[in-house]
Design a protein around this ligand. Structure first.
Ligand code: FAD
Length: 357
């Protein structure tokens, strides 16, 4: 066995580091296990032109402001440097690369089986994000299609698509940003269900977090649902998206019906030759290491009280989206979720210690 700690955090992206910050302040012993070779989490896997929705001063984890940038919102490299510095500044005990394969409840907490040995912990916080579980739908004829198909998780910029006919599929930020990234070098066909729902141009990550927090507060106070971020729209009009949209280059098409060997066909019989498809169809939480714990309800959701599993005491979740706290999948939003999670863990561990005395 490698080590015995109060808390094991699985995943060393922004959510794991925010949880680590509060664990350090709470004086609990902990480890952060991350399967990457270096700091940065999902930010190590995004395309070069991606920019944050918000300026640096509104994209900080607890305790330490993200350094400002000149010339627009930060890019992924800026975020990676910030996260690396954050780990160092707070001496967070991140161990890499360590992939957690299984989490087993025991009488004293949990045993974690990894590719670098075993850890034991009284509580576990999952902050494994979603980037490693890209989701693609299946479509008729897809196997016969001879062109290239990738997920947005593997998109690295327009270079290899130069001069090609590219289908971008999806109705949210990744699709709009990738389509905008490609319009100058490829012939882009943007397919989505319904019409694109752009947020008002002056809305950025700050406003999204404010709306998400306001909704959670209202619901907690038993007030009528004021509507969440989804009511505002799906697509943040970051400058490249706004520019392409305003130039009339982001033209929405309905979803096609089926693939052929060299293209796609719509319901009305129209055909388009396609060299490549980029699926911007989202991600699922990376929870394979928990599959034996029977966490899912019949409707597929994971039931939580706060961020604690209602089925497995001592198991917590942070960073996956609003179901784990308002704005918890964002840099600015994950701090409050992390604080509440560590507060709950500290209370539970103290009660357990008192009961055992
Ligand atoms: P991650 O960053 O994915 O970290 C999880 C870590 O856990 C990873 O290192 C992963 O490899 C590791 N891991 C997974 N499974 C295991 C395992 N079994 N064992 C060990 N380690 C494991 N957010 C913002 O705040 N601002 C923005 O402007 C913004 N813009 C975005 C734009 C786009 C187009 C997209 C797609 C996302 C954007 N996001 C933005 C969201 C942000 O990228 C992610 O939500 C965020 O990185 C999630 O952080 P996390 O710590 O929860 O997960």
């Amino acid at each position: 066995m490698r080590e015995r700690v109060d808390v094991a955090v699985i995943g060393g992206g922004q959510a794991g580091l925010a949880v680590g910050y509060y664990l350090r302040r709470a004086g609990l012993s902990f480890v952060i296990l991350d399967d990457q070779d270096a700091p940065g989490g999902a930010w190590r896997h995004v395309w070069p032109s991606l920019r944050l929705f918000s300026p640096a001063e509104y994209s900080s984890l607890p305790g330490r402001l993200m350094p400002r940038t000149s010339g627009g919102n930060p890019d992924a490299d800026h975020v990676i440097r910030y996260l690396a510095d954050y780990e160092e500044r707070y001496s967070l005990p991140v161990v890499r690369p360590v992939r957690v394969a299984q989490v087993i409840p025991t009488s004293e907490g949990f045993q974690l089986l990894t590719d670098a040995g075993q850890w034991r912990a009284r509580a576990v916080v999952n902050t494994t994000g979603t980037w490693s579980q890209p989701f693609w739908p299946t479509m008729p004829g897809q196997r016969s299609f001879r062109g290239n198909q990738i997920h947005s998780a593997d998109y690295r910029g327009p270079g290899k698509f130069k001069g090609q006919s590219v289908l971008v599929v999806g109705g949210a930020n990744s699709a709009a940003q990738i389509a905008a990234d490609l319009v100058d070098s490829a012939e882009v066909t943007w397919c989505l269900r319904g019409q694109p729902r752009y947020l008002p141009d002056d809305v950025d990550g700050r406003e999204l977090f404010r709306v998400a927090s306001q909704r959670v507060r209202a619901l907690a106070a038993g007030e009528p649902d004021p509507g969440g971020v989804a009511n505002l729209g799906d697509i943040v009009a970051v400058p490249p998206v706004k520019k392409a949209r305003d130039a009339g280059l982001l033209i929405p098409h309905p979803m096609f019906d089926r693939f052929t060997r060299d293209g796609v066909v719509w319901g009305d019989g129209s055909f388009r030759r396609v060299d490549a498809v980029i699926w911007c169809t989202g991600f699922r939480p990376a929870l394979r290491h928990l599959r034996k714990l029977d966490l899912r309800e019949p409707d597929g959701t994971i039931s939580l009280t706060g961020t604690a599993s209602t089925r497995i005491p001592g198991l917590y979740f942070a960073g996956y989206g609003d179901w784990t706290g308002p704005g918890s999948a964002t840099l600015v939003g994950v701090g409050s979720t992390a604080k509440a999670t560590v507060g709950a863990i500290a209370g539970d561990l103290e009660s357990a210690t008192t009961a055992a005395a």
